[in-house]
Design a protein around this ligand. Structure first.
Ligand code: ADP
Length: 344
């Protein structure tokens, strides 16, 4: 059985220091959900509260509709996978996986059957009799996963589970992890500070900063419709421009853009580097080309509009037109690609 998780107005602090401030979110049953934010934003603290390691100062936590706020970890039926794997070094792989079952008073036959099934799921059947030190980092991580899955938790909690692996293996493992989660149909909550990793695995992401939720959405929604500066710049690169909207026209020092759907008044807009096209200047927005960097798939241009620095990425292919440093070019911007930030 798998369950959804509801966090309702949760606040938490260590001593007098607030770490989580009025956090609310709903994780759907069977969803792969990520908590994404910089180090110290409160992601692990929130995950640990769901697991039952600590109680919120305010608010409630529900798993499968049941209020678990005051239940200890062992009464919550959640499984947690840690960054450090936390395997027993003196036990074999099979024993490590069996550990949680042996404490649950199942028959030996039943335990053996479940351990076999879990090892098969993570493709470690052939390694059952090895000890953790005789395995690679990726294999150790799979043992940690098997050990958690074998107890059939309602919710799988993963705290930076891939951060001890090298970059290439991390990319492979996240694909495996997602496939496994799909196969099991289990609700998973994944903590990471790596936006690419969150984008790759998650159905939806909650972006945290300073113990507050900045925005919740699918990876595409967060990238295309960021709510504020933090989200716009944490998920990818964005040109942020502060100015004024009047009658659908956005204006700032050197900038004028029509077709902006926002109420009159001060506004901050975000434009992705690949959403600006360069062309010969013939009216519109003029920019001075300051620098260019060849990145392979794109040419990155650094420009100046008035006193403002602007970044533009032009797709690169053989024979692509390129612009010389020091020249003046025109910026072509499709207003449909512009995000008007709702908050700062
Ligand atoms: P993240 O997982 O996003 O890196 P954490 O949830 O680990 O963030 O930490 C959030 C904040 O709480 C940080 O400022 C951290 O220093 C603080 N913190 C974490 N654990 C403790 C603790 N046991 N005692 C005091 N402060 C802590």
């Amino acid at each position: 059985m798998t369950s959804g998780v509801a966090i309702e107005h949760v606040s938490f602090g260590y001593g007098g220091t607030a770490v989580l401030d009025d956090v609310s979110l709903d994780v759907e049953q069977g969803e792969f959900f990520a908590f994404l934010g910089p180090s110290g934003s409160g992601k692990t603290t929130l995950l640990r509260l769901i697991a039952g390691f600590g109680a919120p100062a305010q608010g409630r936590i529900l798993i499968g509709g049941r209020d678990v706020t005051s239940l200890p970890p062992w009464s919550r039926n959640v499984g947690m996978v840690f960054q450090s794997y936390a395997l027993w070094p003196h036990m074999t792989v099979a024993k490590n996986v069996a550990f949680g079952l042996e404490r649950r008073k199942l028959s030996r036959k039943e335990i053996a059957r479940k351990v076999d099934a879990a090892l098969e799921l993570v493709e470690l059947t052939a390694f059952a009799n090895r000890r953790p030190a005789q395995l690679s980092g990726g294999q150790q991580q799979r043992v940690a996963l098997a050990r958690t899955i074998v107890i059939e938790p309602e919710v799988l909690l993963l705290d930076e589970p891939l951060s001890n692996l090298d970059a290439k293996l991390r990319v492979e493992m996240r694909t495996e992890l997602k496939a496994l989660q799909r196969k099991l149909g289990i609700t998973a909550i994944y903590v990471t500070h790596d936006q690419e990793e969150a984008n790759a695995v998650a159905d939806r992401i909650a972006v945290l900063d300073g113990g507050r939720i900045q925005q919740i959405g699918t990876p595409g929604e967060l990238y295309d419709r960021p709510a504020n500066r933090f989200v716009a710049t944490f998920l990818g690169t964005a040109n942020l421009i502060e100015g004024h909207v009047q009658g659908g026209r956005f204006a700032a020092d050197g900038f004028a853009l029509d077709g902006i759907a926002a109420p009159d008044g001060p506004a901050c807009i975000a434009i992705r580097p690949q959403d600006i096209e360069l062309g010969a200047f013939s009216g519109g927005v003029a920019a001075v080309l300051v620098e260019r960097e060849f990145l392979g798939s794109t040419m990155r241009y650094r420009l100046r509009v008035g006193s403002r620095a602007i970044v533009v990425d032009a797709p690169h292919h053989r024979g692509a037109k390129s612009y010389a440093v020091g020249g003046t070019v025109g910026l072509l911007i499709d207003p449909r690609q512009v995000s008007v930030l709702r908050e700062n």
